[in-house]
Design a protein around this ligand. Structure first.
Ligand SMILES: [Zn+2]
Length: 80
């Protein structure tokens, strides 16, 4: 019996198999993330509403002005 008594929650023998595979996967993922740290960020060109957390749409005014907004149940929201 070589039961590793580490951390909280004993009796994890049934999990050991799948946990090892999971650990290897995470290690590979971490290695990739370290090589490409910028990949973590999704398209940062896409502005999101700080209030609702949804992607906002770019609007163009007649006078050439631009602003971002998205539609809600109450109407258009400009992120404020
Ligand atoms: Zn909003």
């Amino acid at each position: 019996m070589t039961e590793r008594a580490g951390g909280a929650g004993g009796g994890r023998d049934a999990w050991s198999g799948s946990r090892q595979g999971e650990g290897r996967l995470l290690q590979r993922l971490e290695a990739v993330l370290q090589r490409f740290p910028l990949v973590v960020k999704p398209t940062d060109e896409t502005p999101r509403c700080p209030k609702h957390g949804v992607v906002m749409k770019l609007n163009h005014g007649k006078d050439g002005s631009t602003w971002y907004s998205h539609k809600t149940a109450d109407g258009w929201c400009k992120g404020r």
